[in-house]
Structure formats: C-alpha cells, structure tokens
Design a protein around this ligand. Structure first.
Ligand SMILES: Cc1cc2nc3c(=O)[nH]c(=O)nc-3n(C[C@H](O)[C@H](O)[C@H](O)COP(=O)(O)O)c2cc1C
Length: 366
C-alpha cells in the first residue's frame, strides 16, 4: 500500500508493526462501549482497526467466565489490539502472551486510565508518575511477546500539569521508543483532568518533533476530542501518523467512513441516511442480544443506543423511545416509526449534520 496524500502533509494510511491499515484512523478502547457489537458495527462502516475495552491483566490469567470472554476472538474481529491494565510487570507479560495466543494481533498497554480506583491501585494513569515501573512493564511485555507481534502504548500528556509530570512523560515516551514499541497513542489531557476541558492539541507538534528526532519508526497516534472529520484532518495535519477515535464513535460508526472518504478523495461524504442509521441500530441490537442474551444484551444496547438518536431531527424524542425499548418488538416499532425508509425524511426533515450536536456530546450535555 502506498501512502496517498490528499491534503498537504496528511498521510492516508497507518502502519502498526507489520500491519498496514488503509486508513490512519482507529476505534480506540472505550470501557463500557467498545465491545464486540460496537466493533462489528464500526467495521461495517469502514473502521479498519479496533480494540477491546481495557481488561485487568489478572482477569486474563485467572480461569473464569471473564477469561473465556476476553480470550474469544472471532474471525471477523481482526485486526484487533488487546489492551491491558495492571501494575505488575510479570502479570502484564503473562496476560499479554495469553491474549496473543488467543488471537489478538497487537498488545496495547494502558498508562492513561484516570478512574480513581484504578489510579489508587497504581494502575493506568498512575504509571505516568512512575517511569521506572512503566518502562519495566514495557520491557517485560516486549520480551515476552513473539517478535512479530506489535506492542503499543496508550498514555496521557502527563499525570498533571507539573514540571515533574512533563519529565516523566518524556522519560516514558523516549524509553518506550528505545524498547521498540510500534505505536504510542497520546491522549492530550492529563490524568488529573480526566475528561474535563478540551484536549490540548498544541501539545502534539513537540511530540511529533521529539519522535522525528529520535529516528525511530514508532507511529504516533493522537487522541482527544475527535468528533468531526475536521478534527482528524487537523491532527493528521500536525504530523501525527494516526488518529484514535473515542467518544466520537459512540452511536456514530459512520465517522470512520466519513474520515476515510475525506482523506482519500478530499470530499465530504454525504450524511448517513435514515436507512443507514436504522441498519446500524438494528445490527448493534442484534449483536448485543447474540452476545449477552436478551435481557443483558438489551440493557447494554440501550446505553449505546441513545447516542444513535443524535443525528435524528427529533433527537430527544427518539432517545427517550430508544431508552424505553425493552423488547425486540419495541425496537422494531421504534425503528419503523422514526427511521422508516422513504418516509422519515418527509416526516421529520433531513438528518442533522455532526456539527450541530457533537460539541454538546463532547461537553457531556446530552
Ligand atoms: C466511557 C469511556 C471509556 C474509556 N475507556 C478507555 C479504555 O478502556 N482504554 C483507553 O485507553 N481509553 C479509554 N477511554 C479514553 C478514550 O479512548 C479516549 O482516549 C478519550 O476519551 C479521549 O478521546 P475523545 O475526547 O475523542 O473521547 C475511555 C473514555 C471514555 C469516555
């Protein structure tokens, strides 16, 4: 695959180790969302690389139901990275090996989770304050994995805004490059910041420069507030190799297709039609029920489903209806009422452009 350039300096493919992805955009890990149903819907709309919801290393190693679930990788769910959380280098390494044996194509280490319980147990974002332990984890996992399996890293721009945090970030970043990680994703918020306030995009040019001057082939991915096609284009224009889509993909799987279209043709893709939206909602529900069973699947579906309402001209009404769907028949009726082929547009008007709602979603307003 050759790199194609449509916008100045914007690369339209991504290489993670031996994997050549035709679009430099991935579905990032999202606990509570990026399960198999969400991943399958994303792939149906052009997503080329996905990740599991982060999993605690010991749950991968300990026999049990969770282990069985996480170690089941269906044939159509590739390429996929398995993301791990933990605090002990040995446990990380053991879990990484099990995940690769089960079929994960890439192992990703989570050094960014800001959840209080996680940080309190010296995991996730906490590791950004402990460069030695973080790099010991990178070394042990890299050594334990077969050489052809790429190892990647997810970090935030620091644990907080202190000078010390900046040094720790650089130490871990440089150390990971030296240890041969295939890619590093940086979420441009601090751990302390959690999700409050905008991601600091201005942080990326210096990281791009740092990587460039290292001469290492590691790829840099950017994360933070990627809600619209223009967000991805802006970040790629700063010289990062790829973009990690987080919340912007919830209930909006067409974001992958839209970004790819822009990068490959220079043009905007048409808005998702009512028919396409209905297809995505239906598929998501079907996958949830198939994986978790009717009751649990229905509940898990509802938390993701309410985001599908965003693009509908009657978003509030549709959200309430979707949230209230308890049975297959309820969903069927709701889809017929609000997304009926041919009639929906006459009835409700055109679907809403992303710009009209994504910033509210970003701010947590709906
Ligand atoms: C509900 C939720 C769950 C998340 N779970 C994970 C996770 O399991 N692993 C991870 O690396 N990041 C996780 N993240 C962070 C996102 O993947 C992403 O890096 C972050 O939200 C910034 O991107 P965004 O502003 O475009 O959403 C999560 C974020 C949210 C909001």
């Amino acid at each position: 695959l050759g790199a194609v350039f449509v916008c100045a300096n914007v690369v339209t493919m991504l290489r993670i180790g031996h994997l050549e992805l035709p679009v430099p955009v991935i579905q990032g890990a999202l606990s509570g969302f990026s399960d198999l149903p969400m991943r399958r819907v994303a792939r149906a709309f052009g997503c080329v690389y996905t990740m599991n919801e982060v999993i605690l290393d010991e749950l991968v190693v300990l026999p049990g139901k969770i282990q069985q679930q996480i170690l089941h990788v269906p044939e159509d769910d590739h390429p996929i990275a398995g993301q791990l959380l933990g605090s002990q280098p040995d446990m990380f390494a053991a879990a990484a090996v099990r995940m690769v044996e089960a079929g994960y194509d890439v192992i990703d280490l989570n050094f960014g989770c800001p959840v209080k319980k996680t940080v309190g147990r010296c995991r996730g974002g906490y590791l950004l304050s402990e460069p030695r332990t973080a790099l010991e984890i990178v070394s042990r996992v890299r050594d334990a994995l077969p050489p052809h399996v790429p190892l990647t890293l997810k970090m935030r721009r620091g644990i907080d805004d202190s000078e010390r945090a900046v040094h720790a970030f650089h130490e871990i970043f440089d150390g990971a490059l030296a240890r041969g990680v295939a890619a590093i994703c940086v979420h441009a918020r601090t751990v302390q910041q959690k999700y409050v306030g905008p991601a600091r995009r201005a942080f990326f040019p210096s990281v791009v420069e740092r990587l460039r001057s290292s001469g290492k082939p590691t790829q840099l991915l950017a994360s933070g507030d990627v809600f619209e096609v223009s967000d991805a284009v802006e970040l790629l224009g700063m010289g990062v190799h790829g973009v990690w889509v987080g919340r912007g993909a919830i209930g909006s799987p067409w974001v992958f297709r839209d970004i790819a279209h822009k990068l490959h043709t220079g043009h905007d893709h048409a808005l998702p039609t009512f028919t396409e939206q209905r297809r995505a909602v239906w598929m998501h529900h079907r996958e949830c029920v198939a994986l978790y069973g009717v009751e649990l699947g229905g509940r898990i579906f509802r938390s993701a489903a309410i985001r599908y309402a965003d693009a509908h001209p009657r978003a509030d009404e549709v959200r309430t209806r979707l949230f209230g769907c308890k049975t297959h028949q309820d969903l069927h009726d709701t889809l017929r009422l609000y997304w009926d082929d041919g009639h929906a547009e006459d009835h409700f008007g055109p679907v809403l452009p992303r710009q009209s709602y994504v910033r509210l979603v970003a701010a947590g307003a709906c």
